[in-house]
Design a protein around this ligand. Sequence first.
Ligand code: FES
Length: 285
Amino acid sequence: MPETDTQPKRLRVLLVDDSSERRTSVERSLAEVGCEVVGFASSRDNLVQCVGAANPDVVIMDIESPSRDTLDSLRSMQSSAPRPIVMFTQDDNGETITRATRAGVSAYVVDGISQKRVRPILDAAIERFVQYRELSPDNWAACVREQLNAGDTSAEWRELYDSTQIQYRAARIIGGRLDAVIIIGPGFELPPRDWLAALFRKQRLDDSERARLLRATPPSGQEDAGAIVCACFSVGVGTLRRAICEQGLDSPEAIGRALHAGTNCGSCVAELRRLIADAAAQPVA
Ligand code: FES
């Protein structure tokens, strides 16, 4: 039957699912909501190649919990063959959700979903993806102002477009206190979160803090622990990167001796190895 205006567009789907037994039933369910599965992959496959081969409208991932390797793979895919990604998962950890969103996941759905809600979620994720890609430095400011009601005269609104870093930064200050910070740009680098958290806790920002906020530059000597890598010992990625570089730590055992990271449950050891490999790959100044 030909498609009409009242029928939703048929969506081409790349289905990423590590369970080959589950794929058939998921494919059948997707067919009932107007989706054609044009390719299958596992989370360990090269997703850039899979997207290139299947040319899907959307990537659906049905996965227990996204590993760091999977998120790295999604990040690569979004920089060379970007597509909307909808992830159905069991993992409701806030840190994982943040990482998945930063890796380019448009919709993150925890703990299953009724069939009738699948299609609206896919359509909303695609719309969000399209809108995000249409955003440019020219309209970042307008978009943010609209979202945060910058016309509210009780709030002080500061903003800056940094053409060197291709980054738009804005801060909303209410009664002298930092209320919101928005940073938009193609990269993933953010100011140190410890510094930002300290600014949010202050009763009143002084002039130099306001200026630094817009420059995204903390005072020198203030080091950021970064996102936690080793949960057992609360060791962040910033601390690890500095220690690897400054102390020449070249193995998880050496990191364990210096910072204890990796010496309890061991679940962070793969990430420690990756950080060591990243540091080794950096050009020597
Ligand atoms: S998370 Fe690092 S040792 Fe447990």
